[in-house]
Structures are given as structure tokens and as C-alpha cells.
Design a protein around this ligand. Structure first.
Ligand code: SF4
Length: 232
């Protein structure tokens, strides 16, 4: 198939996905420039692919979240990670430091990762949107629609064996559904052939710190750990 046919097919798929998650219009402040074939690192070279994605983001002003951000929070961790965690967007601490999950929720996420015998350095952590939504609100559909292709490219570059989606916005974005986390949690789904386990966001766990919720998250992470072990 020709390059232009591939581009048309990818564009049609993206537009269809945006419709499914409720995007009716996009505000493109700066047209993304498609990298030429010579600029795209070879598949499998995850560090180079991630560096190229970060370079494409640049000092991004493609959506309105750029207006109040301090730092773009790209993602962090092992480019060859077998397990990836995806949250919704940076909070105040993350915005200040430029790294995902470094505040209280981040400490909780670190505990969750350690509970399944891994460390932050073993996994890769990223968000659906790279700039902080004001007041820690959920990212809006137009913001998700504009920024999520960067996340999808990160996932494609890392090619993990499993993804844990932390909370509703992350699960909805990856799974292309309007269903909430209460109905999605604990059940395997898939993003472009990669198994996805939706679970509660660590910030929610901190707010609703019940035995049931802690057990539910632990069960989800144990299932994710078993999945990557099986695939190794
Ligand atoms: S949230 Fe994403 S698309 Fe919007 S300005 Fe930040 S990096 Fe760009």
C-alpha cells in the first residue's frame, strides 16, 4: 500500500476515534508537521523514537492547556518497559517538576508498583495530556483529541506487554469508550492489540482509602504483573 494510502487510513481511523470519544471540533493552533521518512527512527529503537516524539511536541501550543502550564510533562521510565502506566494529566507538582506522578498520588503509585515487585525504573509512566488542566479538572475532549496521538506514539514506540490505565480519562481514551472506571475496572481490554487493565487512579485511592478499593487495585496490578510474566 502507498504511503499516502497509509496516511489516509490512519487519518480516517483517528477521526473516527475522536467522534467516538465525543470530539466535535478541534482547535489546532499550530499545524503539526509530519516527519519525513528520513527523520523517523527505525521501529524497535524506542529511545530514539521517544526522543523524536518529544522533539515533535516541542514548545507545544496545539491546545489551550498550553496557556497555564509551567512544564510539558512528557513521560518517564524505561523505554523498553514491559509494563506501562497511563494517567490522565499532570497535577500541580508534576507541572512544577516536569515529571509525571511525583506528588502524593505519585508516592501512592510508587507503592503500587513496588507491591508487584517492580520499581519506577522498570516501567514507563505517561499521561493522556502533557500539560496540566487548570484546577486539576479532567482533560476536555478537544484537549484529549489533540494531545493523545503523542501518547499513542509513545505506546507504539515502547510496545509494552501490558498497560495499566489509571482512572476514567485514561481508560476511556485508550479503549475508545464512554464507560466509566467503575464498570471497566478489573477487566482486561485492549489498545491496538496490547492488553489494557483499567484500575482506579491513585488519587482516587487516596480519597477513598478503603480495604475494598486497595484490594481491587492490588488485584488489578497482580493481574498485570502475571500478564507480563506470561508473555516473557
Ligand atoms: S496538552 Fe498536549 S497538545 Fe495541548 S499544549 Fe500540551 S502538549 Fe500540546
Amino acid at each position: 500500500m502507498s504511503d499516502s494510502a497509509d496516511v489516509r487510513r490512519a487519518l480516517a481511523s483517528w477521526v473516527s476515534y475522536l467522534g467516538e470519544i465525543g470530539v466535535r471540533e478541534l482547535e489546532l493552533r499550530e499545524a503539526p508537521r509530519a516527519p519525513s521518512a528520513a527523520e523517523v527512527p527505525p521501529a524497535g529503537d524506542a529511545p530514539a523514537l521517544l526522543a523524536a516524539i518529544r522533539e515533535d511536541i516541542g514548545d507545544c501550543r496545539r491546545c489551550k492547556l498550553c496557556d497555564a502550564r509551567t512544564n510539558i510533562v512528557f513521560g518517564t521510565g524505561n523505554p523498553h518497559a514491559e509494563l506501562m502506566f497511563v494517567g490522565e494529566g499532570p497535577g500541580a507538582d508534576e507541572d512544577a517538576q516536569g515529571e509525571p506522578f511525583v506528588g502524593r498520588a505519585g508516592q501512592k503509585l510508587n507503592e503500587m508498583i513496588r507491591a508487584i515487585g517492580l520499581t519506577r525504573k522498570d516501567v514507563y509512566i505517561a499521561n493522556v495530556v502533557k500539560c496540566r488542566p487548570p484546577g486539576n479538572r479532567d482533560p476536555q475532549p478537544d484537549e484529549v483529541g489533540t494531545c493523545s496521538p503523542f501518547l499513542f506514539r509513545q505506546i507504539e514506540a515502547i510496545n509494552p506487554k501490558a498497560i495499566v490505565a489509571l482512572g476514567s480519562p485514561a481508560a476511556k481514551t485508550l479503549l475508545g469508550t464512554k464507560a466509566g472506571i467503575m464498570s471497566l475496572r478489573g477487566r482486561w481490554a485492549s489498545f491496538r492489540g496490547i492488553p489494557v487493565m483499567p484500575t482506579y487512579h491513585p488519587a482516587y485511592l487516596l480519597r477513598a482509602y478503603t480495604v475494598e478499593n486497595r484490594q481491587a487495585v492490588f488485584d488489578d496490578l497482580k493481574a498485570a504483573r502475571a500478564r507480563i510474566d506470561e508473555a516473557s
